[in-house]
Design a protein around this ligand. Structure first.
Ligand code: ATP
Ligand code: MG
Length: 446
């Protein structure tokens, strides 16, 4: 992409109403623009990041055998009356009436709709276990939308639903989701800690939230520092094996880790030696629930089990805050100059800065590098504007691309360009092809 043709409305001033760093940086770098309270347009740069986050979420879901699908944003109130949640959900639900006077709502979550789909086509234990999910916009009329995309009213969520013949099978699904969520966050460069949670309006008796430590987080958390040493580190867990998934669950839930909602100070002190007791702020980036037959009973979703009995299916639901993650990643990865994107979610892998636009040699060298980067499978943003070096560098630093190739007459005379790593600030002089190869290796591996 050429900067001269790219819609990148960078703000010079720091927006006064943005209280946290991710919100400020998303506005300043032209990633988002507020449409109304808690509702945002995703501008081209932000949309790229959102798509890359969503892609990782899909890949990790499909990898463990979950079925992607897409349900609508608007739902009929009838199903929610069946489950009893139409009245229970309260003012967070946006209720709409269509021209025929039918009650509709903008979905805050999808347990009812998915249960309706499954009960009408799944009759036997042989069709289970089954996990369906989608990535779709949700609406919750939050009392205090704030912090940009962190607490929006309209936000993108991955929500998944498992259907199992009994509790044991559903617990496997729960643990498998934990493995898959841990993998998902690790790929985004995040350390997300599973913590015992309350179940809230989703219901059920078994739930964990995933929290990313950040000073600006809305949750207070208390944990054993040992949990920070845990990592799946790309380890292959056999997610079809309930033992393997349970082992990951055991390892990650053994150290004490709770949010303020479930924190028990006496237990914390008894279980964790003083030098390992940590408390901090954190951002919730996902939550998993096992709720048994909470929806299948009122909605009469049953299957015939092996003994020929018609039993209620056991269910769980699982959510990842896709749009919130864009903000959470920035909270976890930025410096005083701007965003520092992990390669896995960066809007572009590489920025190319032409230091002397209009000069025949630097222009043709830059064009060649831009073309080579594309041929190497790299997304590059080429700053071909007639601007001074200072503002060009400042823009690249602000938008946080992992790598920058700087093309200037001095280096070029020796056949070289500069390659700078955004995270470390290290700069090397290299031949253009070697610079591209280094970026390619770093972003795509050998
Ligand atoms: P919170 O406690 O932050 O209000 P929640 O527990 O109500 O969230 P869930 O139903 O667990 O939310 O939704 C799954 C995920 O969706 C959350 O972990 C969070 O990452 C994201 N999410 C929830 N509400 C919002 C929101 N208003 N804006 C952006 N993301 C959200
Ligand atoms: Mg939650």
């Amino acid at each position: 992409m050429r900067m001269s043709r790219y819609f990148l409305p960078i703000l010079k001033e720091t927006p006064a109403d943005a209280q946290i760093v991710s919100h400020r940086l998303m506005l300043r770098s032209g990633m988002i623009r507020q449409a109304s309270a808690g509702i945002y347009s995703w501008l081209p740069l932000g949309y790229r990041v959102l798509q890359r986050i969503e892609r990782i979420v899909h890949e990790e879901q499909i990898r463990v055998g979950h079925n992607p699908m897409l349900m609508p944003t608007l739902q009929s109130a009838d199903l929610w009356r069946e489950s009893g949640r139409y009245d229970d959900y309260g003012e967070e639900m946006l209720r709409i009436t269509d021209r025929h006077g039918r009650d509709m709502l903008y979905g805050p979550t999808n347990e009812e709709l998915i249960t309706d789909i499954v009960r009408s086509s799944v009759q036997s234990y042989r069709d289970l276990p089954l996990t369906l999910y989608h990535v779709q916009w949700k609406f919750r009329d939050e009392v205090r939308p704030r912090f940009g995309v962190m607490r929006g009213r309209e936000f993108l969520m991955k929500d998944g639903y498992n259907f199992d013949v009994d509790r044991e099978s559903a617990i496997h699904a729960y643990n498998r989701h934990m493995v898959s969520y841990l993998r998902t966050y690790e790929r985004m460069g995040l350390k997300a800690i599973p913590m015992r949670a309350e179940t809230g309006p989703i219901g059920g008796d078994h739930s964990h939230e995933f929290l990313v430590l950040a000073e600006t987080g809305e949750s207070a958390v208390f944990f054993d520092s040992r949990i920070l040493d845990l990592s799946l580190g790309g380890r292959d867990v056999d997610t079809d094996s309930s033992e393997d998934c349970a082992a990951v669950f055991e390892a990650w839930t053994a150290p004490y880790a709770r949010t303020d909602e479930t924190h028990d100070p006496a237990k914390f002190e008894a279980a964790v030696p003083e030098d390992r007791r940590m408390n901090s702020r954190a951002i919730e980036v996902g939550q998993i629930f096992y709720f048994g037959t909470k929806y299948s009973e009122p909605m009469d979703a049953r299957v015939v089990n092996e003994d020929g009995d018609r039993v209620f299916v056991h269910m769980g639901s699982h959510g990842i805050g896709v749009s919130r993650l864009a903000g959470a990643i920035i909270e976890a990865s930025h410096d005083e100059r701007g965003i520092v994107w992990p390669e896995s979610v960066a809007p572009f892998h590489l920025g190319i800065v032409n230091l002397k636009q209009g000069d025949g040699d630097t222009d043709s060298a830059s064009e060649r590098i831009f073309a080579r980067a594309g041929a190497a499978g790299l997304d590059a943003l080429y700053d071909d504007r007639n601007e001074r070096a200072g503002p060009k560098f400042a823009t690249m630093d602000l938008i946080g691309l992992p790598w920058r190739i700087t093309v200037g007459p001095r280096c070029l005379r020796a056949g070289m360009v500069e390659l700078t790593c955004r995270r470390t600030g290290e700069t090397d002089e290299l031949e253009p092809d070697a610079a591209i190869e280094r970026v390619r290796l770093s972003c795509h591996g050998p």
